[in-house]
Design a protein around this ligand. Structure first.
Ligand code: ATP
Ligand code: MG
Length: 662
C-alpha cells in the first residue's frame, strides 16, 4: 500500500501520498489540491466532494457538511446545540445516541450516521487517490482535532474501516504538522538543545495550539490547547449577520428566514472575507437573493475587524493555557509556525503576533502541512517504504484512570495516564484477584474535557484468573497503554506466581585471579521469583462499533459505491450514444459519403433521428443496458460503412507504398 495521509478538514480535506522518495499532494478529479468535505444525496446517486459542492446551493437539505463536528458526538451533548446551526440538513438522534443526517436519497427519506457519512467521504478520498496514483491504497494515517475524545477517535477509525482502509494511526492534526516540520526542516534543527516551537492552526471550525520541543530526529509535544468553536466559519457568520441586518432595513427582506438565501449570503461572506485579506475594501453583490431582490453593498477591512472583535478577544486564551501547561513563557518560544486557512485574516495574524510579541513564521505550507505529516507517519508504519527515523511523542490532554472492584488491594482505581503525560506510553499494574474481573477506564477530570463528555472510555473483562493451590488470590499483571493513536487500552493481562528458581551465581573475580576460570564448577542458588503463570483473556468493550454493525455498514457502503458507479457508467453510456449519433451523422455527409448507397444512407439517417428522439424523450433516463443496445444497433450499421471506408483507405496506402517502392 502506498503511504496515504489525510487531513480531514471541516471545510476541505487534503490528501498526501509518499511516493518517488518524497511526499506528494494528490489532486482530485478537477485538479484541485483540496476537496470540499461534504456529502450530498440525490434522487439517483450521492455527490461527494467537488460534485457535492457544485450542487449544494440547490440541494441544501440533502447536503451534509461539517461532518467532522458530529463524528463520534452524542445527540445530547451540550456542544451539539452550538453545532446544529451550521447544518442545512435535518439531524436526528441515531439508535446509539449519536447523530444522524436525515436526507432524501433514491426517492425516500433515509438516515445515515455521522460515522457512515465520514466513511462515505473517506471512501471518495481513497477513490480519488487510487485514480491519481494508480497505487494500491489500504493503510491510512488520519488526523483529528486534539480535542477529539476516545469515542470520536474510535469513530474516525471506524469510518476508515468502513471505507475499506486500515487506520494505522489516528494522529492529532497539529502533531502531524509538527512531525512534518521536524522531518522536512531537519537541516535547520539543533542536534542537542531542542528548539521550542509553537504551532498554531486556525481552520474553518476550530483553533488549536501545540507547543513542541523539536530537535534533529525527534520531537515532543509539551502541551496542547484549543478553542473548539473558533474558525473561519465564525468570521463568515459575523459578516453574514451584518449584511442580514443591513438588508432588513435597506431592502425589506430577512434572509435569515430563507435558508437558501442565507446560505448564499454566507457563501458570499466567505468570498468577501478572502478578498479583504488582500484588499482593504470589497464589494458584496448577490442577484435575486430572495423575493427577486438583488442586494448590493460593500465592506472595509476595518469594519470586518470591528465585527470580529469578540472573536479576536478570545485568541490569547489557548496560547496562554498551552504556555502555562508547558511551563514556558512567550520569551522561551523560538518560532511560531502558523497554519490553517483562517490565519490569512490580517487582523488575526496581527493579534497572534501581539500575543507572542514576535514575528510569525509561515515556513510550513499552511494548507498542506497536516496532510504531508500524515503521509510521513503512514510511511513509518509501512513495511515496504523506508523513511528517515523520526521519534515523536504526543501530549495526553485528558486524565484517565482505570477502575476495578476492590478485593485485596488498597485501592479500587488508579490514575494511570494523567493529563500532561506523553503518549505512546505503557504502564503495568498488579492486582490481587480471586477470579475473573472487570476493569473500566474513565476520564477522571470532567473539567479537562469538552462539556458534557461521558466519562466512560472503555471496559474490559479479564478472564481465566485462577489462584494457585491453597491461595485465595493471585497476582495479576495488566498492561495498560495509551497507544500511538491516543486510545486508552489494555494490551495484555497475565497472572504471575512466585516460584523457586535456580539462578547462576556470578562469582566476583578475586584479585589476582583469572577472570575466566574455566575449570571451576558453576554455582547455583535458589531464589524466589515472580514468573508468568498464565495469559488471561481480555475482552474489550470500546467505543468502536460492534463488529456486526461495522460489517453491515461496510456492506451498505459497498452497495452505495456500486450504485453510484452504475449511475456514472449509465451517464457515460448515454453520452457515448449521443456523441456517436452526431459523429456518424456528420461522417455520412462527409468521409463516408461514397461508401453507402442512398438507400443505406436514408435508412441510417432515419435510425439516427429515431434514436436521437428517443434519447430526448423516453430514453432520457434509461438504463445502461438500453444505452449500450441502442449504441450497438447504430454501430453495427455504422461499422459496415466505416469498414468499407477503411478498406479503401488501406488500398490507397498500399498503392502509394507500391508506387514509392517502384
Ligand atoms: P478545520 O481545521 O476546522 O477542520 P479546515 O481544515 O477545513 O477546517 P482550513 O482549510 O485550514 O480549514 O481553512 C479554511 C478556512 O480558511 C475557511 O473558513 C476559509 O474561508 C478560510 N480562508 C481561506 N483562505 C482565506 C483567506 N485568503 N483569507 C481569509 N480566510 C481564508
Ligand atoms: Mg484543518
Amino acid at each position: 500500500s502506498a503511504p496515504f495521509g489525510v487531513d480531514l478538514g471541516n471545510s476541505s480535506s487534503v490528501i498526501a501520498c509518499a511516493r518517488n522518495r518524497g511526499i506528494d499532494i494528490i489532486v482530485n478529479e478537477v485538479s484541485n489540491r483540496n476537496t470540499p468535505s461534504l456529502v450530498g444525496f440525490g434522487p439517483k446517486n450521492r455527490f461527494i466532494g467537488e460534485s457535492g459542492k457544485n450542487q449544494q446551493t440547490s440541494n441544501l437539505k440533502n447536503t451534509v457538511d461539517n461532518i467532522k463536528r458530529i463524528l463520534g458526538a452524542n445527540f445530547n451533548d451540550p456542544d451539539f446545540e452550538i453545532e446544529k446551526k451550521y447544518f442545512t440538513c435535518p439531524l436526528v438522534e441515531s439508535k446509539d445516541g449519536g447523530i444522524s443526517a436525515k436526507v432524501r436519497f433514491l426517492g425516500e427519506q433515509q438516515e445515515f450516521t455521522a460515522t457512515q457519512l465520514a466513511a462515505m467521504y473517506i471512501d471518495k478520498i481513497k477513490d480519488i487517490t487510487i485514480k491519481e496514483t494508480k497505487a494500491n491504497i489500504t493503510d491510512i494515517s488520519l488526523s483529528v482535532p486534539v480535542w477529539y475524545t476516545e469515542k470520536q477517535r474510535r469513530a474516525a477509525a471506524d469510518a476508515c474501516r468502513i471505507a475499506g482502509l486500515n487506520p494505522v494511526r489516528i494522529v492529532n492534526e497539529v502533531t502531524a504538522a509538527a512531525v512534518g516540520y521536524g522531518v522536512f526542516k531537519a537541516n535547520d534543527l539543533p542536534e542537542d538543545e531542542p528548539k521550542k516551537v509553537a504551532f498554531v492552526d486556525i481552520g474553518h471550525s476550530s483553533y488549536q495550539v501545540s507547543i513542541a520541543a523539536v530537535k534533529k530526529g525527534e520531537l515532543k509535544i509539551l502541551a496542547s490547547a484549543y478553542d473548539k468553536h473558533f474558525g473561519g466559519r465564525d468570521f463568515d457568520y459575523a459578516i453574514a449577520s451584518h449584511f442580514a441586518d443591513e438588508f432588513v432595513g435597506k431592502y425589506k427582506i430577512d434572509v435569515r428566514e430563507n435558508p437558501k438565501a442565507f446560505y448564499r449570503i454566507l457563501t458570499a461572506a466567505e468570498k468577501l472575507k478572502k478578498v479583504l485579506s488582500a484588499n482593504t475594501q470589497a464589494p458584496f453583490n448577490i442577484e435575486s437573493v430572495m423575493n427577486d431582490v438583488d442586494v448590493s453593498s460593500s465592506l472595509t477591512r476595518e469594519e470586518l475587524e470591528e465585527f470580529v472583535q469578540p472573536l479576536l478577544a478570545r485568541v490569547h486564551v489557548p496560547i496562554e493555557s498551552a504556555l502555562k501547561e508547558a511551563g514556558l513563557t512567550t520569551d522561551d518560544i523560538d518560532s511560531i509556525e502558523v497554519i490553517g486557512g483562517c490565519t490569512r485574516v490580517p487582523s488575526l495574524k496581527n493579534k497572534l503576533k501581539d500575543i507572542f510579541g514576535k514575528e510569525l513564521s509561515f515556513t510550513l505550507n499552511q494548507d498542506e502541512a497536516i496532510a504531508r505529516g500524515n503521509a510521513f507517519i503512514c510511511a513509518t508504519h509501512s513495511p515496504t517504504v523506508r523513511v528517515r527515523p523520526f521519534k515523536f511523542e504526543d501530549y495526553n490532554p485528558y486524565s484517565v484512570s482505570y477502575f476495578w472492584a476492590k478485593e485485596e488491594e488498597d485501592e479500587d482505581h488508579m490514575e494511570v495516564f494523567p493529563r500532561g503525560g506523553s503518549f505512546p506510553s505503557t504502564k503495568i499494574i498488579t492486582l490481587f484477584r480471586k477470579g475473573d474481573f472487570e476493569v473500566e477506564a474513565k476520564y477522571t477530570k470532567p473539567e479537562e474535557l469538552p462539556v458534557g463528555t461521558s466519562p466512560l472510555v472503555a471496559k474490559w473483562e479479564i478472564k481465566g484468573v485462577v489462584p494457585s493451590e491453597g491461595e485465595t488470590s493471585i497476582a495479576t499483571k495488566i498492561k495498560l497503554r495509551n497507544d500511538p493513536s491516543g486510545f486508552y487500552t489494555i494490551e495484555a493481562a497475565y497472572t504471575v506466581e512466585e516460584k523457586i528458581v535456580k539462578e547462576l551465581v556470578e562469582k566476583e573475580p578475586k584479585e589476582g585471579e583469572e577472570q575466566d576460570d574455566e575449570d571451576s564448577e558453576p554455582e547455583y542458588r535458589e531464589v524466589k521469583k515472580l514468573v508468568k503463570k498464565a495469559d488471561l483473556e481480555v475482552i474489550t468493550h470500546s467505543a468502536s462499533l460492534e463488529p456486526s454493525v461495522r460489517e453491515e455498514f461496510i456492506e451498505k457502503e459497498n452497495a452505495l459505491v456500486m450504485g453510484d458507479k452504475l449511475v456514472a457508467d449509465t451517464e457515460d453510456r448515454k453520452n457515448a450514444l449521443e456523441e456517436y449519433i452526431y459523429d456518424l451523422r456528420g461522417k455520412l455527409d462527409d468521409k463516408y459519403k461514397d461508401f453507402a448507397s442512398d438507400a443505406e444512407k436514408e435508412q441510417l439517417t432515419a435510425l439516427l433521428s429515431k434514436t436521437e428522439d428517443w434519447l430526448y424523450d423516453e430514453g432520457y433516463d434509461s438504463t445502461k443496458a438500453k444505452y449500450i443496445a441502442k449504441y450497438e444497433e447504430l454501430a453495427s450499421k455504422g461499422n459496415l460503412i466505416k469498414g468499407r471506408y477503411l478498406q479503401k483507405e488501406e488500398e490507397k496506402k498500399q498503392a502509394y507504398r507500391q508506387k514509392q517502392e517502384a
